[in-house]
Write a protein that binds this ligand. Structure first.
Ligand SMILES: [Zn+2]
Length: 70
């Protein structure tokens, strides 16, 4: 018995998203550019520098951080 992951992928529309990925080869940490507010973000997992990259990701609903922050 196994689940098809492919089907889930099809249901979610994806787009090339700008992300920051960790420069540490042993770490697979990354974050969306949308959530980065620093010029040079640091990996939250290993504190290494991060570099800009791109990744196919499900499209996020447009959430404004200005509205959720108090
Ligand atoms: Zn890292």
């Amino acid at each position: 018995m196994y689940y098809s992951r492919k089907r889930l992928m099809i249901d979610l529309p994806e787009e090339m998203t700008t992300i920051w990925s960790c420069t540490n080869e042993k770490c697979n940490g990354w974050m969306r550019d949308n959530f980065v507010f620093l010029i040079q973000p640091i990996c939250g997992q290993c504190n290494s520098f991060m570099e800009k990259s791109e990744k196919m990701l499900p499209i996020l609903a447009n959430t404004s951080p200005n509205q959720t922050k108090h």
